[in-house]
Design a protein around this ligand. Structure first.
Ligand code: GSH
Length: 155
């Protein structure tokens, strides 16, 4: 059967048992993602889906009263998701990961290219959401970090 997508092509190649030399262009790009449902990491997951990349989710607990795994903290000392891993490399911060993936997979056409005028608005919107808007959500989700909450207050 003919592979339907880049992801299917990757899977087919993994199971074919055929060994061959691949340069960087031919090598399928696969990722791991430190992830928690209904969090900022969902945006990166959507991008990986749109690209059709092969990726593995690393489920992560981000509740206020739970500690983060050592492996997670080693990659992002803030203990936040998302963290993207590829090969021996890792990075965090949604906006940076978004730009990185869009630039690395131009064939997916998810962002205006560097020479296009729309690039400015793309970057502006991305950074606005990941700084101003996300910080406002931090105040709401983790109020105990910013103010003492009396034990008698409902949480
Ligand atoms: N500036 C970071 C913020 C990421 C962030 O706030 N992630 C939240 C989930 S939406 C998180 O991991 N929270 C866990 C915590 O604050 O301990 C980014 O853009 O990646």
């Amino acid at each position: 059967m003919k592979p339907q997508s880049r992801r299917d092509a990757w899977s087919a190649q993994q199971t074919s048992g055929t060994k061959r030399q691949c340069d960087e262009e031919e090598t399928p790009k696969s990722y791991k993602l430190y992830y928690a449902p209904a969090s900022a990491s969902l945006g990166v997951r959507v991008i990986l889906e749109e690209i059709g990349a092969h990726y593995e989710l690393l489920p992560t607990n981000i509740e206020m009263d739970k500690s983060r795994s050592q492996s997670h903290l080693a990659l992002n000392p803030n203990g936040w998701v998302p963290v993207l891993i590829w090969g021996e490399n890792a990075m965090y911060e949604c906006a940076a990961i978004t730009i990185f993936l869009c630039d690395r997979h131009p064939e997916a056409k998810l962002a205006p290219a560097v020479h296009e005028p729309e690039r400015g608005l793309f970057l502006q919107t991305l950074v606005y959401f990941s700084s101003a808007v996300q910080n406002a959500f931090q105040l709401d989700y983790y109020p105990d970090r910013f103010a003492d909450t009396p034990a008698t207050e409902p949480r």
